[in-house]
Design a protein around this ligand. Sequence first.
Ligand SMILES: Cc1cc2nc3c(=O)[nH]c(=O)nc-3n(C[C@H](O)[C@H](O)[C@H](O)COP(=O)(O)O)c2cc1C
Ligand SMILES: O=C(O)C(=O)c1ccccc1
Length: 388
Amino acid sequence: MTQPFGGYQNELYLHGLAGERPAFTTDATRLAESAREILEPGPFWYVEGGAGSGATMRANREAFDKWRIVPRMLRDAATRDLSTTVLGTPMPAPVLLAPVGVQSIVHADGELATARAASALGVPMVLSTASSNTIEDVAEASGTGPRWFQLYWPNDPDLCVSILNRAAKAGFSTLVVTLDTWTLAWRPNDLDHSYLPFIRGTGTAIPFSDPVFRSGLADTPEDDTPMAVLKWIQMFTGADRDWEALPFLREHWDGPIVLKGIQHVDDARRAADAGMDGIVVSNHGGRQVDGAIASLDALPPIANAVGDRLEVLFDSGVRTGADVFKAIALGAKAVLIGRPFVWGLAHAGEAGVRHALRSILADFDLTVGLSGYRSPAELTPDALTRVS
Ligand SMILES: Cc1cc2nc3c(=O)[nH]c(=O)nc-3n(C[C@H](O)[C@H](O)[C@H](O)COP(=O)(O)O)c2cc1C
Ligand SMILES: O=C(O)C(=O)c1ccccc1
């Protein structure tokens, strides 16, 4: 594959050559700023906000700045192949769309638009349990595109199995189990705007369309929405889980299982000991434990400890091509992108998600090439230096 995303083969460059300005910025670090101009404060701050004072969210970004790429010359990097395979899923670059719930709060097309954009680029989408659209509708919108399913592990085992079976039947290949959000953190932005999307009945399409969930209600979710939302909030988080509970998931999911939200090296080892197939080194984009370590700072020791036992994925703070490069060089097999694609969705639905993704992928492609590398597998800590 030659320059799969970068330079003059990128549609954004081609439009530029024709003198057309893009609909919104190609700088993924400025997408939030531009989305702020078009969204109401409630939804904007729900997506953009971190937990508490925002210290961990800022730390996530600052951690990238402590590493710098050391470019190499005269190595013929004109032809590059960014593709990789993670847990049996081939992807054109080591990038996936992170699970993000309630996407209809920024654009009416919600997760369906995201699924179409991801599928058009062949980038895997991780569908959230808190989706605004049903598993089956998102699967249809994904077409032949790769898709993983993120589980918020419901307390009720029958409901859990029902959701897992629906995801498997709809063609979702890999299960991502989120561990860091068994309750929502202290999020002053949401409290100050009294904006809690779940309570507004968004992000409930999956349980509301589930026969097991419906059978446990006195009235249908359509007849008594507040009661159904309340019931879902009570049961979706799996607050009392421990490591002993993982075999239940193995029993009810045939494909690979990835644990999301790992930050401590001992937890990474436990995941490997429990026979998990992968982990996402993530602090939920700084939305859960304010004051927690930057996710990028957690990555190198974890990758060193368990990188040969399971697939190590990474998220929280990835914005630019250089960020993707650095996370891969520090031991991630692939990264998940969160807020940037949501800002693309807010701007222009499916086309906006494509635009945001294309920008990051092109930037990554050019960064790899101009630094003298031809594939993600060549990126190791040798490609970086630590500056502070
Ligand atoms: C608005 C929003 C909703 C999210 N919803 C979920 C979710 O439903 N499930 C989940 O596992 N993670 C969720 N996340 C966390 C993302 O999967 C990811 O870990 C995080 O956004 C990565 O950080 P970044 O936004 O800095 O790229 C959400 C993040 C945002 C911003
Ligand atoms: O806001 C979040 O970070 C998140 O994970 C979530 C939780 C519940 C519903 C929607 C999103």
